[in-house]
Ligand binder design. Sequence first.
Ligand code: PMP
Length: 304
Amino acid sequence: MSTAQFAYLNGQIVPWNDAKVHVFSPVAKYGIGVFEGIRGYWNEEAEQMYLFRLAEHLDRFAFSQKAMRFDQGPSPEELTEALVRLCRANAFRATVHIRMMAFIDGSGEMGATGPVGTAITALPRQSAQQSIEGASAQISSWMRMPDNVMPARIKCNANYHNARLAIMQARRDGYDVAFLFNSRGKLAEAPATCVFILRDGQLITPSGTNDILESITRQTVIELARQYLRLQTVERDVDRTELILAEEVFHCGTGAEITPVTSIDRTPVGSGRVGAITQRLIEIYRAVVIGKDGAYASWRTPVF
Ligand code: PMP
C-alpha cells in the first residue's frame, strides 16, 4: 500500500510494516500525540532533496510537546539526523510529504507524560490538482475550537477531530475545502491550512489570536509577498462578508502549498478564476521551495 520501504520508530529505521504501536498505549486510547507535516522537495537538476523550513517545523514540534506536557523527547539535532537517515534509506527521487510524530507510548492513563515515542514517515506526494485549478470552499457550520478549549496553535492529534468534522461536511456537500469561523464569529482557518484574502489590492489574513495554527507557510507567504510583490500583509480579524467582497482568496499550508479558492458557498470569488496575485505567489513559492535561484537558502536543508 505504501510507496516507502522504511519508516523511523524510536531510534531505528524499520521496514514500513514493522512501525507499530500497542493498542493499549495512550496514543491509541486517547489520541495523545502531536505531529508535524513537512515537505521534502526534489530538485531534479541538482539531484537533491530540500527539507523546507525544517528548523521552524522542529521548533513548533517542541512547542506542541511542551504544551501537551510531554516528557523530554529527542533533540532537534537527533530528529534532523533521523529524518535525513530515513530519506536516504528510502532513496527518494521525488517530492515527499513527511510526518513527524511524538506520542505517549507504554500503557499509562490519560495523565501519562511518557514514555515519549517518536516516529517519522515520508511518502512521495506531488502538488494537489486543486493548487493548479482552484478549490471550492464551504463556510462550515462547525466552529474552530477556541484556544482555551483545545490549544489551537499547536498540532496535537485531537485538534484534528474538529477539522475532520468540517472536512467531512464539506466533502459530503460537494465542496473541496471548509472555512471555519471562531467563537467570536471571525474567520479562523481551514482544516489544515490558513486563509488569505486580497481586498482592494491589500493582502489580509486572520491574526495569530484568531484560534489559528501558527502556520509556517503563512509566514512564508507574508515574507514572499513583501519581498517579491511589495505587498504588506495585514494580520487582523476577517469578517464573513469580506470573503464575498474579496478579489482573490487562497489557502495555504505545507501539504496544500498555495491553493487558490475560486468559489465560496457557490459564489464566485472575484472573476471565479485563479487570481493574478495568487498565481504570482504560487510561482514564487514553487521556485523558492525547490531552490531554483538560490534565494532563501537558509530555508532549505539538503538531504543528500
Ligand atoms: N492549520 C492547521 C490546522 C494545520 O494543520 C496546518 C498544517 N500544518 C496549517 C494550518 C498550515 O500550517 P503549515 O503552513 O505550518 O503547514
